[in-house]
Design a protein around this ligand. Structure first.
Ligand code: PXP
Length: 251
């Protein structure tokens, strides 16, 4: 049995959408590195950035700047492509999180189909692990994906909590309860296999606490809501409020 109080829950702040706003105009403002440094000083334990194939938000230059400027670890989100593997191997970030990517999607829509692409992914992540990166795989809360992530040698699974968060936010509480139960069971199962468990996607002030309360979950990665909230309340306040809710749930 894990003691949730002793297991500090880390907060990774995803700064992609600072870059989205910057890119809407072109130019230099707002600067994602500045947001990342503010997030650090507000208590973020890590920064997450997704370098998408189409560079719609974070750019290669942003990754250079984050690698040079951050004091906390960078979690580099990326698709399983040769181009991204080369970039990750050049930078050797603390962690890489492998996600599925489709050009036509607005955001990462589902989890990675590890079970279907086990061989390919095993070969893909091996050099990253050899280079010292912790490898995380973003998956739906399904046993077959967890087992496959374990077999390919991933260090971490990040559970896609979007279905729970979206159902809750839309008021479909039977569905959100069922999704939460699945997440609870799969957190226990993944932890039992020795995988570190993270969670992310769609988390808000209203949805964070039940997930933060799972003692197996070690890290939450949160972006869009915090960057949106920063418009009204400032980024530091938004992060401090989220951190306080996480601590309340944990304590
Ligand atoms: N974790 C992963 C793997 C993601 O793809 C994303 C979205 O980029 C997040 C966490 C953060 O999700 P959100 O921006 O909805 O908080």
């Amino acid at each position: 049995m894990i003691d949730a109080k002793k297991n500090k829950l880390r907060l990774g702040v995803n700064i992609d959408h600072v870059a989205t706003v910057r890119n809407a105009r072109g130019g230099a403002y707002p600067d994602p590195l500045r947001a990342a440094l503010l997030a650090e000083s507000a208590g973020a334990d890590g920064i997450t950035a997704h370098l998408r194939e189409d560079r719609r938000h974070i750019t290669d230059k942003d990754i250079d700047a984050l690698m040079d400027g951050l004091s906390v670890p960078l979690n580099f989100e990326m698709a399983a492509t040769d181009e991204m593997q080369k970039i990750a191997l050049r930078h050797k970030p603390h962690a890489v999180c492998v996600v599925p990517e489709k050009r036509e999607e607005r955001t990462t829509e589902g989890g990675l189909e590890v079970a279907r692409e086990e061989n390919k992914l095993a070969h893909f992540i091996a050099p990253l692990r050899d280079a010292g990166c912790r490898v995380s795989i973003f998956i739906a809360a399904e046993m077959k994906q967890i087992e496959a992530a374990h077999r390919i040698g991933a260090d971490i699974i990040e559970l896609h909590v979007g279905p729970y968060c979206d159902a809750f936010t839309e008021g479909h509480f039977d569905k959100s309860d069922a999704e939460l139960e699945k997440l609870r069971e799969m957190s226990v199962a993944a932890h039992g296999l020795g995988l570190e468990v993270h969670a992310g996607h769609g988390i808000t002030y209203d949805t964070v606490k039940p997930i933060a309360a799972f003692p197996e979950v070690m890290e939450l990665n949160i972006g869009h809501f915090l960057i949106g909230e920063a418009i009204f309340d400032g980024l530091e306040n938004a992060i401090e409020k989220m951190r306080a809710l996480m601590d309340e749930a944990r304590g």
